[in-house]
Design a protein around this ligand. Structure first.
Ligand code: HEM
Length: 407
């Protein structure tokens, strides 16, 4: 029970203790999940991905009241494949720069509004502007007031399940009217779904919504569409904000790397080194700590028996700090990514295989682009000493923010 509590509070610390003892695979007892097999061994991770009996989609069970039953994150098998074929094209587009000018514009406006001497929490600031970006990409170039209305409504909804207990403890899920926690959650979700439903009727040309409507397979009904759009809205902004916050914290703690990345940013477009700083930050502190796979029948991986229904965590954090793949694994050294790419079973901050994050190109380009903009403004400072993490729903974020200030 104590280990489980430690795991929920800070999985990085639990994993560090196992690493210190030279263990890169172990069993972890978790309430509601039983004995979970956690592994950061690349060969085992490769076998897990190839094993047809280990399914994704069940690790997000607690999120189902939020995202619904038909989100890519919750689906398996043929339905998952169908939804993925439908959703992938706008994100894995032939032109990765497709959203770049919108992403840049939103950031420039936010930077211009930063008042000298008034620090802001970088993660929360980035979360707000990432939300504006995903709203405008999904729904198109709406008037500013309408974008603001969407952002408020989504934030309002997210506030209603700020305490993860509400999602994890079933008896709390009682609708006792709009003043009760669950009652508030249910009503805000229904309002948001209604707003999405109305937009779906007449999507703006050029928006992702218009593209999805035009290519929507007949098997995908309204409930499935709503599930997907709400997932894209929620997972399409907090994740990149957490990634950017970690990147800034690491970089500003390493003045030589900061200087080199800044020189590249000032010289023009993001170069190889700057990109490597983003990759290195995602290696050391992946916002998503592990994937979850569940055995649909008894199976085994590298001699490890897995019972039917048992969960397996291919662990991103553990694999990405494996000393065989990354010498001096705890050191921030972006150079390790220059001219070489790690194997996909050693480095997978966006997941892997047929469940690879569909927002990966979108999020990576946004992180690199925003990093470049921040570096181009020498009067911006990032303040944060501690690398201690805190849980933000399913993500691990820097507890200190860090703070961003225009000096
Ligand atoms: C730094 C930013 C991000 C990180 C670190 C991240 C990480 C991940 C990871 C690790 C997975 C795999 C989960 C699994 O296999 O169980 C995943 C899946 C997913 N991500 Fe992301 N993500 C990011 C940004 C985004 C964005 C911007 C979007 C949407 C626009 C998005 C939407 C999704 C969806 C829909 C899936 C499910 C894919 C599937 O199961 O087929 N993510 N993400």
């Amino acid at each position: 029970m104590l280990t489980a509590a430690r795991w929920f509070r800070n999985p990085y610390a639990v994993l560090d203790r196992h690493r210190a003892a030279g263990r890169f695979q172990f069993m972890l007892g978790l309430p509601g999940m039983g004995q979970v097999w956690v592994t950061g061994e690349p060969t085992q991770i490769g076998e897990i991905v190839r094993n047809p009996d280990l399914l994704g989609g069940r690790g997000t069970r607690a999120l189902r009241p939020v995202i619904g039953e038909h989100s890519l994150l919750a689906l398996e098998g043929a339905e998952h494949a169908l939804h993925r074929r439908w959703l992938l094209p706008p994100f894995f587009h032939a032109n990765p720069q497709r959203f770049a000018s919108l992403q840049a514009r939103v950031l420039e406006q936010a930077l211009a509004a930063l008042k000298p001497g008034q620090p802001v929490n970088l993660r929360l600031w980035a979360k707000q502007i990432s939300l504006q970006v995903i709203v405008r990409c999904l729904f198109g170039e709406l008037p500013a007031a309408e974008v603001e209305k969407w952002c408020l409504q989504i934030e309002h909804f997210m506030q209603s399940f700020r305490s993860p207990l509400l999602l994890f403890i079933k008896p709390l899920q009682q609708d006792l009217g709009e003043r009760s926690p669950w009652g508030r959650f249910v009503r805000r979700r229904a309002e948001l779904l209604e707003a999405i439903r109305q937009r779906w009727q007449a999507p703006l040309p050029g928006s992702i919504l218009a593209e999805l409507k035009a290519s929507c397979p007949p098997q995908i009904n309204e409930a499935a569409m709503l599930s997907e759009v709400i997932s894209l809205l929620l997972f399409g902004h907090d994740t990149s904000a957490v990634g950017l916050a970690w990147w800034a914290l690491w970089l500003w703690q390493h003045p030589d790397a900061l200087q080199r990345a800044r020189e590249e940013a000032l010289a023009g477009q993001a170069g190889e080194y700057l990109r490597a700083t983003v990759q290195e930050s995602l290696r050391l502190t992946p916002p998503v700590v592990h994937l979850t796979r569940t055995a649909r029948q008894a199976t085994q991986v590298a001699g490890q028996p897995i019972a039917a229904g048992q969960h397996v965590f291919p662990c991103i954090y553990l694999a990405q700090r494996h000393p065989d793949a990354f010498p001096e694994p705890d050191t921030f050294r972006p150079e390790r990514f220059l001219g070489s790419a790690p194997h996909f079973t050693e480095y997978f901050p966006f997941g892997l295989g047929h469940r690879l994050c569909i927002g990966m190109p979108f999020a990576l380009e946004q992180m690199v682009q925003w990093a470049t903009h921040l570096l181009r403004e020498p009067d911006l400072a990032v303040i944060g000493q501690s690398l201690a993490p805190r849980r933000v729903m399913v993500l691990m974020a820097p507890a200190c923010g860090p703070m961003l200030v225009r000096q």
